[in-house]
Design a protein. Structure first.
Length: 69
């Protein structure tokens, strides 16, 4: 709800183009996910984080990788 209007994101929603996030908001979301799930998303991956689905995939892979380690 970045622009104060309701949104209905899908996995294909682009964080910037569809949801109106700016680069700082993307970093804030990533930081919040890292804190909430006790993970660390590599900084190299941040520029490629474009869609909701990509964020979900990254978080899932990091959580599963931690479980297997």
């Amino acid at each position: 709800n970045v622009s104060r209007r309701p949104i209905e994101p899908s996995l294909a929603s682009d964080l910037v183009a569809d949801l109106g996030f700016d680069s700082l908001q993307v970093l804030e979301v990533i930081a919040e996910l890292e804190d909430r799930f006790d993970i660390s998303i590599p900084l190299n991956d941040v520029p490629a984080t474009r869609t909701v689905g990509h964020v979900v995939s990254q978080v899932t892979a990091l959580i599963e990788g931690r479980s297997c380690a």
